[in-house]
Write a new protein. Structure first.
Length: 321
């Protein structure tokens, strides 16, 4: 059973539509990066999962429980670390964790056991009796992560969980997140692409409240496919694409316009596996026009994000024309 299921979810605030027909699934054991430019709907998506909001249309289920009218029940399944964790500086770490645990409905022995588990998981024993206001940024973030796992939730929502930490603190936080993620569904939202690459097995990219890419980040997931980008100028685009799509091992060839001092087209040629030679490709391209440059596509998370956003914006402009 999927831990999180969005099916055609829409959300508006007044006349402003924030999410449009959003659909995706997150399985137990996955760490999924939720990405997109500011205003893409990432925080709204997290708050829907956390039960802060209700969807206007579509369906949302957490651990098989429908979101509508079940927010109290959903709290048992979801742990949430927002970008600005609601920490209370006057409370000690232990007092704060007990307070949050009681808010989640934990009592007695269950509450004490859950707090002890959280303190152990994030190595907070040394500061357990220290007021939160006296803690370093790194320890404050650990406390935020600690409250998120109280009650042993099946789903974790981490919004900018490593933002503002120094390099050593980031490495420590990554290790702790990997440990607590085992067996849980984790949605990790961040503007730091290196953190998504280091932690996530998948990336879901939003733009203007729409899902524009859902891509695997597992090692080797994209290694078989090689993408060559030709910057090309000419008048015989249609026959060139037909010829390229007829080459052995080419799975798809398509073109997109790029403006600039020298207007040209980018020909994107995807190979099923790395080609032994680019000569057939270049010969066809030069026979139909002028090749200005050749490069292999960058498959980093940053490149995937930029490419997906550009494609989405281009399609939106074409639809509006």
């Amino acid at each position: 059973m999927a831990a999180i299921v969005f099916e055609g979810v829409c959300k508006s605030f007044g006349s402003r539509r924030v999410l449009h027909d959003l659909s995706f699934r997150v399985e137990p054991g996955e760490i999924v990066g939720l990405l997109g430019p500011n205003g893409s709907g990432k925080t709204t998506t997290l708050r829907l999962i956390a039960g802060y909001y209700q969807a206007d249309a579509g369906s949302l289920t957490i651990q098989g429980v429908a979101g509508e009218g079940s927010h109290g029940r959903l709290k048992r399944y979801v742990g949430y670390l927002p970008e600005r964790a609601p920490l209370y500086d006057s409370l000690t770490v232990t007092q704060y964790l007990h307070f949050v645990g009681r808010c989640k409905g934990l009592k007695g022995a269950d509450l004490r056991a859950s707090v002890e588990q959280s303190i152990a998981a994030f190595e907070l024993a040394a500061v357990a009796k220290t007021a939160i206001g006296r803690l370093s940024k790194g320890f404050r973030q650990r406390v935020g992560l600690g409250q998120a796992i109280l009650g042993d939730p099946a789903v974790l929502l981490l919004d900018e969980a490593t933002n503002g930490l120094d390099p050593m603190q980031i490495i420590e936080a990554r290790d702790m997140i990997r440990q607590i993620a085992k067996g849980r569904a984790v949605v990790f939202s961040s503007h730091l692409m290196q953190e998504v690459e280091a932690l996530c097995s998948r990336a879901i990219i939003l733009r203007h409240g729409r899902l524009i890419t859902d891509v695997s980040l597992e090692p080797g997931a994209n290694e078989q496919e090689t993408v060559i980008l030709l910057r090309w100028r000419g008048d015989s685009l249609t026959p060139l694409l037909a010829a390229l799509n007829g080459l052995p091992d080419v799975s798809h060839a398509a073109a997109e316009e790029r403006s600039g001092p020298e207007p040209a087209r980018i020909i994107r040629v995807s190979f099923v596996q790395a080609p032994t030679s680019l000569n057939p490709l270049l010969e066809l391209a030069m026979a139909h026009g002028q090749v200005l440059s050749v490069e292999q596509e960058d498959r980093s998370v940053e490149a995937i994000l930029v490419d997906a956003v550009r494609r989405s914006d281009r399609l939106a402009m074409e639809s509006a024309e």
